[in-house]
Design a protein. Structure first.
Length: 249
């Protein structure tokens, strides 16, 4: 009966082709099998990812930490302390040959231009790694954002800013329904903050798509185009236009 249940779980939740032999052998010794067991051979690693045992452990620790932190009224302070000590998981683009010293989680990119059929060495992956700040590494390719087509910011992959506060772009970050705000300076320094309710309300009212004016800003080799948004600048008490790079549909 136990053997039958294991087989049933394996075929209903994932396919044998996604499981390594080591993972199958581990499952045979377990009396209870969870979705996490089936998702990846290394606990804590996301499904369909290239992810080491060490990164899986980091993700499990992060998941437990953010769950506990968000129960506190001072969650942003705890998150900021964690960021300063351990870093926070953010997404970026990278090439597999460039990540030996990083040990990130890797996923196949959904962008067609990142998966050239005639040159596998040029394949670009979506990656996740823990960083305290922008590492300013050629191996880590972030998105570009230009405030009023002047000041350049580098944002984690597919992050959208909602406001400017203390000369930093503020993005809303989410992990398994737990939300927090990350302030990103032009020099690449990060900080977890808690904007006021009034600032967040104004940001929601102002945030919208905007018409991009002609510009000499280029999205970069791994992005297809740029697009524009209107965001609220809490420092200047006015709306401003921001240009963002866009990888693909």
């Amino acid at each position: 009966m136990r053997s039958f249940l294991i087989t049933l779980l394996l075929f209903s939740s994932t396919s044998w082709s996604n499981l390594t032999q080591e993972q199958v052998e581990k499952l045979k010794t377990k009396t209870q099998i969870s979705y996490e067991d089936l998702a990846h051979e290394n606990l804590g690693c996301p499904e369909n990812s290239i992810c080491s045992k060490e990164m899986g452990l980091k993700m499990r620790n992060w998941e437990q930490f953010i769950k506990d932190a968000n129960k506190s009224p001072n969650a942003h302070k705890k998150l900021e302390k964690f960021r300063a000590k351990h870093g926070i998981p953010v997404s970026f683009l990278t090439k597999k040959s460039s990540v030996l010293a990083l040990d990130p989680i890797l996923f196949s990119s959904r962008c067609a231009q990142h998966n050239p059929k005639d040159n596998k060495e040029a394949t670009v992956y979506k990656a996740i790694q823990f960083f305290r700040n922008n590492p300013n590494s050629n191996s880590v390719m972030f998105d570009s954002a230009w405030l009023e087509d002047k000041t350049l910011f580098k944002l984690p992959y597919e992050e959208l800013p909602i406001m400017v506060k203390d000369k930093a772009l503020v993005v809303v970050r989410e992990y398994q329904s737990h939300f927090y705000h990350l302030a990103i300076n032009p020099d690449g320094q990060w900080r977890v903050i808690r904007p006021t309710k009034r600032e967040l309300t104004k940001a929601r009212q102002v945030l919208e798509n905007a018409q991009c004016e002609e510009s000499d800003k280029t999205p970069g080799p791994n992005h297809l185009k740029t697009f524009c948004k209107t965001i609220w600048n809490t420092d200047l008490k006015k709306a401003q236009t921001i240009r963002l790079s866009w990888a693909c549909h």
